[in-house]
Write a protein that binds this ligand. Sequence first.
Ligand code: ADP
Ligand code: MG
Length: 227
Amino acid sequence: MSLNLTDVTLTYPDGDNRLTALDKVGLDVAKGSLTAVVGPSGSGKSSLLAVAATLITPDAGTVTVDGTVTTGLSRGELTELRRHKIGIVFQQPNLLPSLTAAEQLQVMAKIAGGPPRKARGRAMELLDAVGLADQAGRRPHQLSGGQRQRVNIARALMNDPTVLLVDEPTSALDHERGAAVIELITRLTRQRATATILVTHDRTHLTAVDQIAEVHDGRLALVAAAR
Ligand code: ADP
Ligand code: MG
């Protein structure tokens, strides 16, 4: 499995007590497959992504990325792992206002230490893959909300990650644009062979996913294997 969570429990401080955000969660996501995570607000979806992204270390359990057990790695080792193995698409496409679409992507390669000339080619190839080849020179304010989200997705793929984690990418989009973004994520998951988790509260788009996981009060249950 490219991504595995086993018995993951995560708590947050809550006054004198602890709030259990994830309760013995187990999940397997294979290369080239897409898992949708659904559930009400506050059920633990973003916490699940943060743990899978190795941004938060769980209280108990293990997270394995591309064969590497991440729990127990140092901060530096985790940063390095994230740069090369994990693409993250946050809800808000926090793009840098002064950079063009192509530059947003190239920055990622620079951070990971790749050669600049190769980065330019890869950025253009990815912008083409998300349908924005002709927008490469535009800055965020010159792009629509849907286009910004596409740049956000292309940026997450810049370093050819094994794992792609996407948090509610359609929340700021209308139904049609939302459907197009989900379709894009599905296609890229197959083409780039990423192990993808897509958090969404909109179940209407989920026709082509491989499995659907429902989270309630931090507990996860697989509710359907669509394919
Ligand atoms: P979702 O993404 O499904 O809305 P979250 O993972 O954001 O759910 O939150 C799960 C639970 O954990 C909620 O009760 C939320 O209030 C709580 N929570 C999330 N982040 C923190 C935090 N940093 N500190 C304390 N509690 C948190
Ligand atoms: Mg959330």
